[in-house]
Design a protein around this ligand. Structure first.
Ligand code: ADP
Length: 506
């Protein structure tokens, strides 16, 4: 029998299933979009049953592509993080829709926490590594318990269970036998002490979340239980789970302290492995648990940590060029346009459309285009937009290097906009570091597969996995230092202008 590892990639807009072979090649793949519910402005929900049914459908579709002598060695899960689901222990029926990470309905709860409980606010930062926000699961669970009739009492009686999407999928895959999550997903709930690796009773009490509804927490590479899927197969080990960004870092073989990956999607997600030390940030970055497993680098089996930062507007700025101000027809065309001019002619765009995140943290900052002269053409605007993605990443990485006391020599990249050679070269130039783009850009699913395969011996160790990582393109810095400094100075000035614009609002 030929064996594969199955990755279930449960994303915000679609459920996917990818089967990988030993070399990390894709044997089969299926994807299904599912419904987004927007009951009110700023609210986002998913139907947990549709999450499960779409995931099951793509599993069946991918398995159908296998022949009779091919089978599945284990299943790994990677998922949209922070999204909260509450269901009945007895029946497996959700009591409410999944409240999605993007949903802002509990923003006021967090504002109140900040105003009335400053000491607890700081306690949460220290214990969970997160800056309290409606984005994380805790306030979403509390909302469900407050708004679904009888839910709070039922939870107290032990009749309801909470889970992030990994937990929900494992629960369904095991037909209700296993209620478990992994460290990386737990670390995004805002209820988990990332230092002691236990649920924090004080935070749970504040949100009135009964401890018995929280899942058991296990390593990311671990046999949680077995999937019994009838015609699709019986007794398949479910052996890996990690939140999407942590899975991507693992899929990029970011195993060692100082390894970093940046995903260029709608926004950018930058994660840097900080080894077994949980580095607390002085620049507003998040401290989170990285996916890890026993290895010669980490024999103790201790968990590993990462610093995480995000750029709110990255690929979204390119979409804005296309759909908003209609300077371009499609995203790939920007590469040629940018390369057709030597520079931006002194133009900078700060795409602070929704404020500025780390390391500036100013919600009132707004988009700014500065430095125009009459010689500016469309191409200069487009180039300034792409360059802004690289500058924002550079600011985040500088903050990470400072927090962690590490100096980076290379960054691995993935995500839609990493296909743009101009952007990647400019990124290398501005960072003064090499930018490495792998052949397999399905790094998130691959990370989940690796975690699941390692737990059952499909792959021997991380070294074997590293040999699978293949370079598609390497971008080395070729900008002279004085030029780099001039450009970065210009960017810093443009950011100051965007912050100055916000001054009266604070
Ligand atoms: P997400 O998972 O956030 O939807 P993807 O990883 O699919 O994002 O990437 C999509 C983003 O990448 C879009 O914002 C799009 O504008 C951008 N993008 C896709 N291809 C290119 C390209 N060749 N050059 C620049 N940007 C691109």
């Amino acid at each position: 029998m030929k064996e594969y590892v199955m990755a279930l990639d449960q994303g915000t807009t679609s459920s996917r299933c990818i089967l990988f072979d030993k070399k990390g090649n894709i044997r089969a793949k299926a994807q299904k979009e599912y419904t987004q519910h927007y009951p009110k402005p700023g609210w986002v929900e998913h139907d947990p049953k549709e999450i499960w049914s779409s995931q099951y459908a793509v599993m069946a579709e991918a398995m159908a592509l296998l022949s009779e002598d091919e089978t599945i060695a284990s299943i790994g899960i990677t998922n949209q993080r922070e999204t909260a689901i509450v269901w009945e222990k007895e029946t497996g029926q959700p009591v409410y829709n999944a409240i999605v990470w993007q949903c802002r309905r509990t923003a006021e709860t967090i504002d109140r926490l900040k105003e009335t409980e400053p000491e607890l606010y700081n306690y949460i930062i220290e214990k969970t590594g997160l800056i309290p926000d409606a984005y994380f699961s805790a306030s979403k669970i509390a909302w469900i318990l407050d708004h679904v009739e009888g839910a709070r009492e039922r939870a107290q009686r032990g009749e309801l269970l909470f889970g992030t999407v990994d937990t929900w999928l494992i629960y369904n895959l095991t037909k209700g036998k296993v209620h478990v999550t992994d460290y990386t997903n737990a670390s995004r709930t805002m209820l988990f002490d990332i230092h002691t690796l236990t649920w924090d009773t004080r935070i749970a009490e504040y949100f009135k979340i009964p401890m018995q509804m929280l899942p058991q927490v296990k390593p990311s590479s671990f046999v949680y239980g077995y999937a019994n899927l009838g015609a699709l197969g019986e007794h398949i080990p479910i052996a890996g789970a990690a939140g999407d960004q942590q899975a991507a870092l693992f899929g990029q073989c970011g195993f060692r302290k100082g390894d970093a990956k940046n995903t260029y999607g709608t926004g950018c997600f930058l994660l840097m492995n900080t080894g077994t030390e949980a580095v607390s940030s002085k620049s507003g970055l998040l401290t989170t648990i990285a996916a890890s497993c026993d290895s010669p680098d980490n024999r103790s089996g201790d968990v590993e940590y990462a610093l995480e930062g995000s750029v709110f507007v990255a690929g979204a700025a390119i979409q804005w060029l296309r759909d908003g101000i209609r300077l371009i027809e499609n995203a790939p065309q920007t590469q040629q346009m940018c390369e057709s001019v030597e520079d931006t002619k002194g133009v900078y765009l700060v795409p602070a459309f929704a404020g500025l995140g780390a390391p500036y943290w100013n919600p009132y900052a707004r988009g700014m285009m500065v430095g125009m002269t009459s010689g500016c053409k469309r191409e200069h605007f487009v180039r300034a937009t792409l360059e802004s993605i690289a500058y924002q990443t550079c600011d985040l990485l500088a903050a990470m290097e400072k927090d962690a006391g590490l100096s980076l020599t290379q960054v691995k990249v993935d995500g839609g906009a990493s296909a743009n050679d101009f952007l990647m070269q400019f990124q290398a130039d501005i960072l003064d570091s090499c930018v490495l783009r792998p052949k397999c850009i399905e790094t998130t699913a691959l990370g989940a597969a690796y975690l699941a395969g390692l737990a059952v011996g499909y792959w021997k160790d991380k070294q074997e996995i590293k040999e699978n990582w293949q370079l598609a393109a390497e971008f080395s810095p070729c900008m002279e230092q004085p030029e780099r400094q001039v450009r970065k100075k210009g960017w810093a000035k443009a950011v100051r202008a965007a912050l100055f614009w916000a001054e009266d609002e604070e």
